[in-house]
Design a protein around this ligand. Structure first.
Ligand SMILES: [Zn+2]
Length: 121
């Protein structure tokens, strides 16, 4: 018997990607549109901390929502959407990638040691 377990994050994203995709995509694009473009290419929200979004009964970070919707990626709780630019306010989908919690910690140490090289983005 085949059994594949999905956690609540995956189930919620799968439902949206399958049943509400266009609505979600418009929401993601309008979040990006509402941001401010910086010289680094980052698109920042005006919020003090990473912006959140409420969509279909769930509240989550806007950058996670944007990444998962635009990439049609049903991320689980263990999947962390990471900022390659190390700017948590950033909503630019090109600055986002998915990884594990462990990789995210390594990133933070790396950025602390070496800073961010924007040419690599
Ligand atoms: Zn950025």
């Amino acid at each position: 018997m085949e059994f594949s377990y999905q956690d609540e994050s995956e189930r919620w994203l799968n439902d949206i990607i399958e049943n509400h995709y266009e609505e979600a995509r418009q929401r993601a694009l309008s979040l990006i549109d509402g941001g401010h473009i910086r010289a680094t290419g980052c698109i920042e929200s005006e919020t003090r901390d990473a912006r959140r979004v409420r969509f279909r009964g769930k509240q989550l970070h806007a950058y996670r929502f944007i990444y998962c919707i635009l990439n049609r990626c049903a991320a689980s709780y263990d999947d962390v959407v990471r900022h390659r630019c190390n700017n948590r306010l950033c909503l630019n989908p090109e600055h986002l990638e998915i990884g594990t919690r462990g990789e995210n910690l390594m990133d933070e140490r790396d950025f602390a040691a070496n800073g961010v090289v924007h040419d690599l983005l």
